[in-house]
Design a protein around this ligand. Structure first.
Ligand SMILES: Cc1cc2nc3c(=O)[nH]c(=O)nc-3n(C[C@H](O)[C@H](O)[C@H](O)COP(=O)(O)OP(=O)(O)OC[C@H]3O[C@@H](n4cnc5c(N)ncnc54)[C@H](O)[C@@H]3O)c2cc1C
Length: 475
């Protein structure tokens, strides 16, 4: 490479006696990378975000088409930690949080020939046709069952042990299809559902633990975390776009190719190509937010022996279909959506009802559905042709949603995600240990993103906030 054509960024770092051009370079402009940069800038750090794509948002992408607003990636998150609420507070009024309609709270589970409500209380829990009579009786003994001792126990084994087979089939399996597109037999509770794992470990039982936590004192900040679902007004992509606008154009570089990172002078030297030039920059810290499958190329200086525990992380592929219908009454589809147990063999993981959850997602007399197909158990489905997928969805509109004859399909848009959701399976312990050891060996390197700390948007926001805090507190 001809050194004359390399643009060198000048030293502007606030730390290390201006030894580095930036305090932090963040790789990836998804929700994790942008939130990290946003918080670092608030803490007076200099930041540059490098993104290979021509847009910000990563997996979060919204389409605005013929009066419909639909998503190709996530549809909703849960305000499960205060960091989510605080991010929206900080971005207002440019980005307004949209919480789910109260009328559309019902969760449905497919059994036999239709969707049935997931029980939400003791009475409905006893009368629901979803679970067997013996398991309903068995659940009464859950608080008295011994706690598990295997930290690598699968979610399936744990649920079988504590609650019974019908809870596994008609509650746990569809829930995991909805969250992980995963398989309860291979997902490990400790890593995939840490809150549930901790309930058993800390209180001896899910029921006892839930009661104990509900009676615990909450600070005003804790109260910002709720079970409400969220999107953003105008669609989820408004969120990363607003963060990017706050971070500022000068601090984000899009269309970046061939990033080369190497340890340099106690920090990092990063070279990359933009469509116009080759750039070289130095930084005190690097935060990566890319998938496990990208890290080996990005960090060639990490020994294969360590990287293999990260590269081996499996992802569930997901096909999402946004389906717009006209001449149909939203009131007939007033729910969060329905999930489909694998045992029912329907070739569908679940169907969300976004226009029921959020106002303004479909024109009048129209309804928007979002179908999720594929997943860990049915990954070959993504290889089906568009034509066959559309036929499958049209069939399920009739045989699962029972749409009226008067309704008409306006569009079916298909989005394939080869690396949709990382699976926190038995290899997780080794992966987390490898990440920790790499970070220890290479000062100022942070491996973030959904390779650890949770797969949902709320987890991403929390992790990014914490990493920014850690970097700020170190200097
Ligand atoms: C179909 C689907 C449905 C989902 N549903 C939900 C849901 O309902 N609720 C929920 O909370 N979460 C959901 N998620 C998960 C959620 O979308 C993700 O956890 C989150 O968006 C990941 O954000 P991130 O910034 O960590 O990663 P990403 O969004 O993947 O961002 C990483 C960025 O890094 C860039 N990049 C990669 N490699 C390089 C490189 N070499 N150089 C430069 N840049 C690079 C990418 O282009 C990307 O922009 C869903 C995900 C999918 C795919």
């Amino acid at each position: 490479m001809n050194e004359e054509f390399i643009k060198n960024e000048t030293s502007t770092s606030n730390t290390d006696n201006n030894k580095f051009a930036r305090d932090v370079v963040v790789i990836g402009a998804g929700i994790t990378g942008l939130t990290t940069a946003f918080n670092l800038l608030k803490g007076d750090k200099t930041v540059l975000v490098l993104e290979k794509d021509s847009r910000v948002g990563g997996q979060i992408k919204t389409y605005n088409d013929k009066g419909f607003i639909y998503e190709s990636g996530p549809n909703t998150g849960v305000i499960s930690n205060p960091e989510v609420a605080e991010l929206f507070e900080a971005l207002a009024p440019e980005c307004k949080i949209q919480t789910g309609n109260k009328k559309a709270k019902k969760r449905l589970i497919w059994k036999g020939a239709n969707f049935k409500p997931l029980p939400s209380g003791i009475i409905s829990g006893l009368t629901t046709p979803l679970f067997s009579f013996s398991d309903k009786m068995r659940i009464l003994g859950e608080p008295f069952r011994k706690k598990g001792i295997n930290p690598n126990e699968s979610i399936a084994d744990m649920v079988r042990r504590r609650m019974g087979e019908s809870y596994l089939d008609y509650a746990c399996d569809p829930f995991l299809s909805g969250v992980y597109a995963g398989n309860p037999e291979t997902l490990v509770t400790k890593y995939a559902l840490p809150k549930l794992y901790n309930l058993e470990q800390n209180y001896g039982s899910f029921i006892k633990g839930s009661f104990a936590l509900s009676g615990k004192h909450k600070t005003e900040r804790d109260k910002k975390a709720t079970k409400d679902i969220f999107s953003a007004e105008g669609g989820l992509e408004t969120l990363p776009k607003a963060i990017a606008s706050a971070v500022g154009k000068d601090n984000i570089s899009l269309n970046v190719k061939d990033i080369n990172i190497e340890p340099y002078n106690g920090g990092w030297r990063i070279r990359y190509n933009t469509p116009e030039e080759v750039v070289e920059i130095t930084a005190a810290n690097i935060v990566t937010t890319v998938g496990a499958y990208e890290l080996k190329n990005l960090l060639p200086f990490v020994e294969n022996e360590q990287m293999k525990y990260i590269s081996s992380l499996e992802y569930a592929p997901v096909l999402q279909a946004a389906v717009g219908l006209s001449f149909i009454d939203q009131n007939d589809y007033m729910a969060f959506g329905g999930l489909v147990p694998s045992i029912e063999k329907r070739n569908v993981l679940g169907i969300l009802y976004p226009s029921a959850c959020f106002d303004g997602r479909a024109p009048e007399d129209c309804v928007l559905f979002s179908f999720f197909l594929g997943g860990k158990k049915n990954h070959t489905l993504l290889e089906m042709s568009d034509e066959n997928i559309r036929a499958l969805i049209e069939k399920n509109l009739d045989t699962m949603l029972y749409i009226p004859d008067t309704a008409s399909v306006k569009f079916i848009k298909l989005f394939r995600h080869k690396y949709a959701i990382p699976q926190y399976e038995a290899s997780t312990k080794e992966r987390l240990e490898a990440i920790e050891s790499i970070q220890k060996n290479f000062n100022g390197l942070f491996l973030a993103g959904n390779i650890r700390d949770g797969i949902g948007m709320a987890d991403r926001i929390k992790q990014a906030t914490n990493i920014a805090k850690e970097i700020i507190s170190r200097s």
